[in-house]
Design a protein. Structure first.
Length: 463
């Protein structure tokens, strides 16, 4: 320093100050602020689209007995290694998947870039535990993104915060090598460094949000902060991770599993899992954007011997009922280890697509109906506020007549949605039907024969 001339000294001081500002800026920066209206606008495509595909794919598709197989069977890395050494989905053709999603009526798709097992479906610089080092040899994610984008489907990434392979990730109660006492955990976790793991997450999320173009959704999964052997916001450094996400992809939508529920801007939508909500979910008395994620059969990863598959009608009901309470459905497929979609999943996607082909108008852009319109028995309503139309979904087909309370004087025209055939209605009282004596009731006259549609829909064009 002593021999340095003043120019050098100034340069060093300037660099030093810059570095300080940069470091401080990074850790003290706020999450971007927005007004409730701006948030509604940012989320608009998503609240319009309503229906997405979830994809759980990884090494666990090989044992095909749950994506948690490593934990459920308490496998070690060595025992799990055979899947990595043999992973070779020779029939993987994401263009086919994208077509299936599109034909089912799905508008966005979210794939597991890394699940809890730690295996990466993308060519990350920060690990060797990735698809490019398996016999398959290629960047699975790159092919997937290209194929789905080409079909006009919005791209979303699931990324597991848990990691059962990374040597710095500390063993916790959800880990395959979970222990029964705190001292045992301490012993097992010697040498593991969560600081390094937090860096690893940030690096990988940065790769994902930098190398694959516009990413519409990031699904970070998940936090389990309760107890000493849990993990939450401090373990992931959630706030700083989220700042990176928002900075790299300002328009992106983020789920609610970073353990930042009480932080402003800490999440965009809530994610009731495998659960059909009874009403629009609220936080602090306010309705929030929500998406239920659901499986066809129970597990997320491909599970050969699972026999608890939902039927077509149940799946359509999930979709319709979600929209009727202002929410989205993210429906999961677990591709096989050869890269194909199981026939049972294909059948169901096709059936949903057949229904959507004629009835998607009651789904896209729709939401909960205003409260003055009451759903008749066995019916579910949705509403499009832009076109001012109500959709009546008949889960059970009525016997010739349907009374609608709250509709009198408000209806311009009614038709079956699937074939555009007029449905006549009147507001006169019927002798045998006391319902019609109420002031605000109209009666639709419907064919006795149920139309050849899984769940028939009546479209009501309001005045
Ligand atoms: C849970 C499970 C996981 C699955 C996810 C989907 O967090 O751990 O296997 O990916 O739910 O919502």
């Amino acid at each position: 320093m002593r021999n340095m001339d003043w120019k050098h000294r100034i340069t060093i001081a300037v660099i030093f100050t810059f570095a300080i500002v940069l470091i401080a800026g990074k850790s003290f920066a706020q999450l971007p602020k927005e007004t409730p209206e701006q948030k509604v606008q940012r989320m608009k495509w998503w609240t319009d689209d309503r229906f997405g595909m979830f994809i759980h794919w990884g090494l666990y598709s090989m044992p095909s007995r749950h994506e948690w197989v490593k934990k459920n069977e308490r496998m070690t890395n060595e025992e799990y290694q055979k899947y990595f050494e043999l992973f070779n989905p020779d029939m993987y053709n994401p263009k086919e998947w994208a077509k299936m999603a599109k034909e089912a009526g799905m508008k966005y798709a979210i794939i597991t870039t890394k699940h809890h097992e730690g295996f990466c479906l993308f060519d990350s610089k920060f690990t060797d535990y990735k698809c490019t080092n398996t016999p398959y040899g290629k960047d699975v994610l790159r092919e997937w993104v290209d194929a789905f984008r080409a079909e006009g489907i919005k791209i979303g990434f699931y990324y597991s915060l848990l990691d059962w392979h990374n040597p710095d990730y500390t063993i916790d109660r959800n880990h395959p090598q979970s222990q029964t006492s705190d001292t045992a955990y301490d012993r097992m976790n010697k040498g593991r460094d969560m600081n390094k793991y937090r860096e690893y997450i940030k690096n990988q999320v940065t790769e994902l949000l930098t190398n694959y173009g516009e990413i519409s959704v990031i699904w970070l999964d998940y936090s389990f902060p309760k107890g000493k052997q849990g993990k939450g916001r401090n373990d992931w450094d959630s706030e700083n991770l989220l700042k990176i996400v928002r900075k790299l992809q300002p328009g992106i939508l983020v789920n609610d599993r970073l353990d930042l529920l009480d932080v402003e801007g800490g999440w965009d939508f809530t994610t009731p899992e495998q659960y059909k909500v009874s009403k629009w979910p609220e936080v602090d008395g306010k309705r929030v954007p929500w998406e239920t994620c659901q499986t066809f059969s129970g597990s997320w990863g491909y599970y050969r011997d699972e026999n608890t598959w939902k039927d077509n009608k149940q799946l359509l009901e999930l979709l319709i009922e979600s929209v009727s309470k202002g929410g989205n459905l993210l429906l999961n497929v677990g591709p096989t280890s050869r890269g194909t979609i199981d026939y049972r999943a294909q059948d169901r996607l096709k059936a949903m697509g057949e229904w959507m082909k004629y009835n998607s108008r009651s789904i896209y852009g729709c939401t909960e109906a205003p409260p003055e319109f009451q759903p008749p028995d066995n019916c579910v309503l949705t509403y499009n506020p832009v076109t001012n139309r109500i959709y009546i979904h008949c889960l059970a087909w009525p016997m010739g007549v349907l009374h609608l309370k709250g509709f009198k004087g408000k209806v311009k025209y009614a038709q079956m949605l699937h074939d555009g055939s007029e449905v006549e209605f009147s507001d006169s009282e019927g002798y045998w039907n006391p319902e019609t004596k109420a002031e605000d009731v109209i009666s639709l006259s419907l064919p006795v024969l149920k139309p050849n549609v899984e769940i028939p829909v009546i479209e009501i064009i309001l005045n």
